[in-house]
Structure formats: C-alpha cells, structure tokens
Design a protein around this ligand. Structure first.
Ligand code: CA
Length: 361
C-alpha cells in the first residue's frame, strides 16, 4: 500500500489504521479537509440555522475528522443572498439556504423550497426521492456547477403577521409585505408591494415600519424572532409555503473531488437534517401558538374569498414561467406526484385521522 492510499484508508477508519499503532484520529486530523459552509441564516435563527448546524455537525462526526465543515452564518463571510454566487464561484464550498431565494438565477429553484398551493412536507419528500424531484434538482445544478440536496424542512408555514385584518383581496392593495419566491410574486398581483428580505433583517424592517407585515415560518420560529412584540394579528395556514424544504448545495468541482464515502456523508447528513428539522418545527409549533395567543396575539384564518384570490394570482405566476422548459417540466413533475400521492394519502391517513380520536385524541 502506498502512502497516499494508506492515509486515505486511515482517514476513513479502514483496516490500515486498525492494524497500526498510530491512532486513526491523529492521522485524520492532520489531513482534514476544510469545507467552508455559508448560510442564508443569521446565527441563531431558530430552526433554520439549526438545520444548517446539524448538517455541519453530522458531516464532521460521520467523516471521523476527514472533513471539517466550518459554518459561516449570513454576514460572517458573505451576505444571506450572496451564498449562491459564493459557492458557484468557489469562494465558499457549500451553502445552506432556501433555494427560492435564487429564482433570479433560475425560476425553477422555487420548487426546491416550496411553491404556492404545492406539496406538504411529506409530499415534498415523496416527490424528491421517488417521483423525479431529485433528478430535476441535479439538472438545475448542472447549469450552475452545483450538487444539491434537500436538507431541512419547516412543515407548513403560517400566513404571517399583519397590521390589520385581511377580509378581502383588496386589503392587499398597497400593503408593504415581506414574502420571497413565487408566493411573493402572487401577492404582488393582488397589489401588495413585495420585499424580499433575509430572515435576519425582517424584525427591524417590521419594527421600523419599512414593511407593514411579513411571513416568516410558523409559530415557534416567529415567536423566537419576536414579531409578536410589534403586531398582534397573525394568520395561520398560508398559501405560499405548504411544506418548505431547505437545501444544501455544494460546488460541483468540490463535490466531485470528494471520495465516494465522503459524498455519501454529505447526502445522508442532508437527508437526516431534513427529517430531524421537520420534527423540530412541528413539535414546537403547537405550544408556541398557545403562548402567542395567551400573550394577546389574535390568530385568524384567511376567508375563502381571499384563498380564491391567492389561487388565481398563483396560477398567473405559474403560467408566466411556463415558457421556461425546466420550470414547466418541474411543475408537471410535481403536479403528477401530488395527484398520485395525495389521492392515496386522503384514502389512508385522511380517513384514519378522522377515526383516531376514538383512542388517541
Ligand atoms: Ca417563509
């Protein structure tokens, strides 16, 4: 065995290390490869930063020290919305973020976070791993030199925080509202003035009156962000982000230079964070909503006439993007998956959950 393959085997915890008196971790540490990991999240943003940190910690642990992921939160190396260019240019090795921040780079990136009236978290997972979503993510990545994986999920997001009640579509006229992605484009069609701010800047914008309202995530993350200190009108289910996935994207050259084992570690760490993060958000949301309500927050649902307007505006936004081939194929792929999946889920889980209260309520 030559020296190079000896080191590789040792770093991977192979038999070479076990057969020598040298401690494998000592060898690994001296040859650890550092990966600079930028994120779209301010350090400490509940849930979303946690998902990125979870990916970094898992890669570092699973690689037995052969990889050393250094997480740089938004603003520490580049700004939140600069992570895409930082990774494609090679300034950073990988990012964690919400891919719909990058609809300017390609509109189909919206699907890999979430689209209006789209998939729930479970349906997103099914589409991504069984019905062609992952392959479409790869196809987009080939354009930009990225290798992407979904790596976090917030579950269904809330409609958001408003400075007044929303009783008709006209109430959006002139409303300065923070909402990224295709959902924001749809609200724009209802006359809202849409701003796309990174999470770390939303509180200040709302507090200063630069925006009249915002969506962020859901009760737990929103409470942590402190929006209830500014406004007390909160809408639960939103139309815009029903099962939001977060993503890891690695510079393709960097990914290709990793060993097959290291590549698998990146993939599995991302998948594990997707599932762990979904459980984290959902487990915390119910208690957080109760705290918000006991603190004086009025929790409302949009009336049907507003949902009708959301749907009409969303269909317009989809239609406007259909001239792009990848966008159209991604839309069609997601539609087909939801149609198949939701039919079965309604007949199985849907029927069952109505009956479950007989024993577990
Ligand atoms: Ca959101």
């Amino acid at each position: 065995m030559d020296r190079r393959s000896f080191i590789r085997a040792s770093a991977l915890g192979g038999t070479a290390a076990a057969a020598t008196s040298l401690a494998a971790p000592a060898i690994a540490a001296s040859h650890a490869r550092t990966l600079t990991f930028v994120t779209t999240w301010g350090r400490g943003l509940a849930g979303v930063h946690d998902a990125a940190q979870r990916v970094a910690d898992s890669i570092n642990a699973m690689s037995d020290g052969s990889l050393n992921v250094e997480l740089k939160a938004a603003g520490e190396l580049v700004g939140a919305f600069e992570v895409f260019d930082a990774v494609t240019s090679g300034q950073a090795d990988m990012y964690h973020g919400a891919d719909y921040y990058f609809v300017g780079q390609h509109p189909a990136y919206a699907f890999f976070t979430g689209v209006p009236f789209g998939s729930t978290a479970q349906e997103t997972m099914i589409w991504y791993y069984q019905d062609g979503g992952k392959e479409l993510h790869d196809e987009l990545g080939e354009i930009f030199g990225l290798k992407s994986f979904i790596a976090g999920n917030t579950g269904a997001q809330a409609g958001g925080w408003f400075n007044k009640e929303i009783n008709s579509p006209e109430d959006f006229q002139g409303l300065k509202f923070r909402m990224p992605g295709l959902g924001g484009q749809a609200l724009g069609k209802l006359g809202a003035s849409i701003q796309n701010l990174p999470g770390g800047e939303v509180y200040q914008a709302l507090a200063s009156g630069a925006i009249d309202g915002t969506e962020w995530i859901g009760p737990w993350a929103d409470e942590k962000a402190g929006f209830q200190e500014i406004t007390k009108t909160y809408y639960t289910a939103g139309f815009h982000e029903p099962g939001v996935a977060l993503s890891v994207a690695m510079n393709r050259d960097v990914f290709d230079s990793l060993t097959p084992g290291q590549q698998k570690i990146i993939e599995i760490a991302s998948l594990e964070s997707h599932q762990w993060n979904l459980s984290q958000f959902i487990a915390n949301n119910g208690a957080a909503l109760a705290r918000l309500q006991s603190g004086g927050v009025k929790v409302l649902e949009f009336p049907d006439v507003v949902w009708d307007a959301f749907a009409g505006a969303s269909r317009e936004v989809f239609e406007e993007n259909m001239s792009d081939d990848i966008f159209k194929r991604t839309y069609d792929s997601l539609q087909a998956s939801i149609k198949s999946t939701s039919g079965w889920l309604a007949q199985s889980e849907g029927v069952y959950t109505k009956q479950r209260a007989r024993v577990f309520s």
